[in-house]
Design a protein around this ligand. Sequence first.
Ligand SMILES: [Zn+2]
Length: 268
Amino acid sequence: MVSQIMLFDTHCHLILLNSDKIDINAIAMNAVEKKVSLLIDISVGTHDFLKRGALAHELTNRFPLSVYMTAGIPPYYADKRKPADIDDVRAQCRGEQRVIGIGEIGLDYYHLYGSKVKQKTLFIQQIELANDLDLPVVIHTRDSDNDLIDIVKEHIPAKGGIIHCFSSGMESAKRLLDLGFVLSFAGNITYKKSYEIRDVARMVPEDMFVIETDAPYLSPEGKRGKPNEPANVALIARFISDLRGESLEMVASNTADTARRVFGIQDD
Ligand SMILES: [Zn+2]
């Protein structure tokens, strides 16, 4: 029996790939060739939402791809917020059917954009928005797991969500899984020093993780130095199937099913 592999890249930034230097149609073709059929284009701010929507629409029409979107304000904006920015995100969610989550949102103490207080405020406001709109969240956390866990315990994302590009160790993983979050593994799991991430990927239950590229960032080993692209989610799936001793088909179908469950995607 020939089984049909279908991969789901749960986190990429298509608008950042759509540049003078990169042909977005070639990127989409590569993805299709590698059996990627579902993508989520993740927000990097409110300013380019219409362009992102047009691009998602175009690619879905032109290729056998389903492109979904999130809306949201990343911690990067904690210090340069616009008035009524949360209302903008709300309007974007209501005005575009492709939006299936709020993200990426969260904390980043590595870069420490603005202050911790400003980052926390922006994060909490968007959890509340997600709860208002019945949407899951896509969470970014860097060097901030303790504060992040404190916040999500108090301001519980009712529809759950994903810890994108999971890059911490076992302790954080267990705490986040206990809270019902799904972990997402990206290209950095392939890097030499990422022992801890690999340990987590070996132990995480099969229905509690998904895969992503975070394209154009975080190209996996073997592709480093080049912009990452959704096609490379196939390499991450393969890498994790080797780690876990599971077939590629199993990893592909479990991660796609888990992503569908989190984001409430019924078709495709
Ligand atoms: Zn990202």
